[in-house]
Design a protein around this ligand. Structure first.
Ligand SMILES: Nc1ncnc2c1ncn2[C@@H]1O[C@H](COP(=O)(O)OP(=O)(O)OP(=O)(O)O)[C@@H](O)[C@H]1O
Ligand SMILES: [Mg+2]
Length: 305
């Protein structure tokens, strides 16, 4: 197990930010913590990388205890915090080489890796500019490079794509996906699409507790027990529509498409029935529930960005 938390808890006064968290993350797994503002995502990451002490419980990172062996934990982890911590008067290369000098890698390797990471993060043409002149998104990309420079076994990314433009976000997803399986990654996000695209498993956290846990598909199927078939049909008369409504319980019309929801819908039977009313079927598909629908069902709340 790469990360194992055991009743990990942290309170701030009367606020229980993280409440008895028990989480097992395997080596090479990419795990996403998804949850609204203030649900305890950053507090969890900060405890796991030894930036913050738990008030109760503990965690093991590659077998090292966060309370008793913080030095060993830090040696095997890299973190990109929610609030980036960069030296503003240094260049990206200098920031990365400085970070590398804190770990055990040689200067030559540090230089090579720094140059490589700067390129990968799309900062090649700004490699020697001072960081204080960077935009928010550029700083975020550098912060991710900082988490990777020591080639750690475990990488914590707290909202890695916050403030990135759509293109940079996509590029970063591709990059994170490229070292999936090789490193263990725990990331937090507000973007369901991001969790859906990247994560092997997703934990939905709310008020410091895990509200649901599983693959994206697990969460969708656990939460949503009905199916929807969307049919785009021509020549649908009022009479045909009435007969479809009489046959199926939940029929809606959205943007010219019929949307039929039920528990045990048979695709062919449904489409054939609509066809039998005289309508011409242009297209029809099963609509997969979105992670957002699952989130709503599980927590009864909308994700607040
Ligand atoms: N240093 C602190 N002092 C007091 N309260 C804190 C501190 N850090 C976090 N909290 C509280 O702990 C709770 C969880 O905060 P945390 O930052 O972990 O949430 P989060 O899920 O990361 O939210 P966001 O999505 O906004 O980043 C919140 O109620 C927050 O106000
Ligand atoms: Mg946070």
């Amino acid at each position: 197990m790469a990360i194992q938390s055991l009743n990990l808890s942290r309170s701030f006064g009367s606020v229980m930010a993280v409440d008895n968290l028990n989480l097992d993350i395997s080596r090479g797994e990419l795990f996403a913590l998804l949850g609204p503002n203030g649900s305890g995502k950053s507090t969890t990451i900060n405890m796991l990388c030894c930036l913050l002490k738990p008030t109760r419980g503990t965690a093991r990172i590659m077998g090292f205890d966060i309370n008793r062996q913080p030095g060993s934990v830090k040696a095997v982890t890299g973190v990109s915090p929610q609030e980036t911590t960069l030296s503003e008067h240094l260049s990206p290369l200098e920031n990365l080489e400085l970070m590398a000098s804190l770990s055990n890698i040689s200067r030559t390797r540090a230089r090579q890796w720094s140059a490589g990471l700067v390129e990968i993060m799309g900062l090649g043409d700004r490699a020697n500019d001072q960081v204080r002149k960077f935009s928010g998104g550029m700083k975020r990309r550098l912060s991710i490079a900082m988490a990777l420079i020591s080639d750690p076994a475990i990488v914590f990314l707290d909202e890695p794509t916050l403030g990135l433009d759509p293109q940079a976000r996509r590029a970063l997803w591709e990059y994170i996906a490229s070292f999936k399986g090789d490193k263990t990654i725990l990331l937090t996000t507000h973007y369901m699409e991001e969790a859906d695209f990247l994560a092997d498993r997703i934990g939905i956290i709310d008020a410091g507790k895990i509200a649901a846990l599983g693959t994206s598909l697990d969460l969708k199927t656990q939460a949503v027990d009905t199916h929807t078939i969307v049919v785009n049909a021509w020549n649908l008369t009022m009479r045909a529509l009435d007969s479809v409504r009489a046959k199926f319980e939940n029929v809606k019309i959205n943007g010219g498409c019929l949307s039929i929801t039920g528990r045990q819908l048979d695709f062919k039977e449904t489409v054939d029935y609509i066809h039998s009313t005289g309508a011409v079927i242009r297209s029809a598909y099963f609509k997969e529930p979105s992670l957002e629908e699952a989130y709503l069902k599980i927590t009864g709340k909308e994700l607040r960005g």
